[in-house]
Design a protein around this ligand. Structure first.
Ligand code: NAD
Length: 425
């Protein structure tokens, strides 16, 4: 069914909510524009911003009203002046939170922002609802429309411009190659000089999805000899097309729903760790990107394996988070060196290390999402639309996404009968 939310947040006092669905848009000149509020990200170390000035220019050219917090883009080198030139107005943070209808973000908001959002407002971002179940429940209870970009059906061709997971994984994978090269104390390419010859570095990329393929391409450009490894046998062709070797896994039947890897059984994990322990001894650089959506990442480089790696080996763990990572002992955002001289770089949010490019791509994704959910000055959610059905986690006080409902152990919502489709006016 289609439903709509009005363009202005309700100002009900005391945290009470007002119904948001099936309301009609105010008409004519009284209709307030759908306002988009760009805030500075508050997570420690986060340098990206949800819209770059070019994205704001496209939005304002489309008649959208954009308010920007002063300094919102500073850590990505986007000055306030660039946003005002793009047609935005610089407005205090509190005012943006109180008045804007659409708040695009990179990550799940901090408690202050989440606690201030209310009915009639729409939060859009990589908000990772499966790992923020209490927070998402609270937002839903307060009538906030929450949009989670990681739940996008990515294989749908019309969804590709909205695919923030891919745009940010691309940035992270590229950066992982650079970070690994910078931390490695030797040349990456073969060097033949009057002072001697250097053999090329051998790099292994575990998990050859979007980030892994970018890491492979970057390491190849830098001259390393690269091998890719994945449990999805289908990735062999993609790895080899980049000129890298592919290591076959004996658990290479690991493809699951939607092209993602499925979670390995305990026995498969043991087999995999054992085969990797042997294979990794030969590598100087190891980049891991293996994630399984909504779950703790699999540990692929164990402590025992690290002990057998050569001193000087560099591991960059893109799977690192507060839940652990692919490399045992990796700490997200930190670099550690083992007693055996192996450098472990916890890099779960590495796209933030390439803030201008990553924000530029993310801004394009946000524009596409806004165009889909709010083609005019009204947010219109069509629960029969494949994109909306997946990315809309909550609206009208209800958690609507099936995966999030399952994680919260809520009963499935009844299917919408075709006949009940209502066109929002
Ligand atoms: P991801 O971030 O979820 O995981 C990264 C990689 O790690 C994946 O290749 C996965 O197979 C691998 N992995 C997971 N567990 C592993 C394990 N135990 N051992 C070894 N490798 C493991 O993946 P992603 O980059 O988001 O891509 C997931 C899938 O979606 C891929 O098949 C990708 O091609 C596909 N995709 C399709 C589109 C599209 O059709 N437009 C867009 C983006 C991604």
């Amino acid at each position: 069914m289609e439903t709509s939310i009005t363009a202005t947040p309700s100002s009900a006092p005391g945290g009470t909510t007002e119904p948001t669905s099936d309301t009609t848009a105010p008409s004519g000149s009284e209709t307030p524009a759908l306002t988009i509020g760009l805030l500075k990200e508050s997570a420690a170390g986060e340098r990206r911003v949800a819209l770059d000035p070019a994205a704001v220019k496209r939005l304002t050219a489309d008649g959208r009203v954009v308010s920007v917090e002063s300094g919102a883009g500073a850590s990505a080198s986007f000055e306030d002046a660039a946003y005002t030139e793009a047609g935005a107005t610089v407005v205090p943070r509190k005012q943006i939170i109180a008045t804007c209808t659409v708040i695009p973000v990179l990550r799940f908001p901090d408690d202050t922002l989440a606690g201030a959002l209310r009915s009639g407002q729409m939060l859009v971002g990589l908000i990772d609802p499966l790992n923020h179940l209490p927070g998402i429940t609270d937002l839903a209870d307060r009538g906030v429309t929450a949009i989670a970009l990681e739940l996008l059906p990515r294989t749908l061709s019309r969804a590709q411009s909205m695919d923030a997971l891919s745009s940010q994984s691309s940035a992270a994978g590229y950066r992982a190659g650079i970070v690994a090269a910078a931390a490695y104390g030797r040349y990456l390419p073969m060097m033949i000089t009057a002072s001697g010859t250097a053999t090329p570095a051998k790099a292994m990329v575990i998990g050859t999805g979007v980030a892994g393929l970018q890491a492979i391409a970057t390491l190849k450009r830098l001259g390393a000899v690269v091998t890719g490894y994945d449990v999805r046998a289908a990735s062999r062709g993609e790895v080899e097309s980049l000129g890298a070797k592919f290591l076959t896994s004996s658990v290479a039947q690991g493809a699951g729903k939607g092209g993602y890897a499925r979670a390995m059984t305990d026995a498969e994990q043991t087999t995999q760790r054992a085969e990797l322990a042997k294979a990794l001894l030969d590598f100087d650089i190891i980049i891991t990107t293996a994630k399984v959506p909504g779950r703790t990442p699999p540990e692929l480089v164990s402590e025992a394996t690290q002990k057998s790696l050569r001193s000087g080996t560099v591991c960059v763990d893109l799977g690192s988070s507060d839940k652990g990572g692919n490399v045992a002992g990796s700490i997200d955002g930190k670099t550690t060196v083992t007693a055996g001289g192996v450098t472990i770089i916890g890099a779960g949010e590495l796209a933030s290390d390439l803030p201008a490019s990553a924000s530029q791509m993310y801004g394009r994704n946000v524009i596409a999402v806004i165009a889909s959910l709010a083609p005019a000055n009204l947010v219109v959610i069509d629960t029969t639309d494949e994109v909306h059905k997946n990315i809309v986690v909550s609206y009208d006080g209800t958690i609507t996404n099936a995966a999030v409902r399952t994680a919260l152990q809520l009963d499935a919502l009844p299917a919408e009968p075709e006949a009940s489709k209502v066109k929002a006016s």
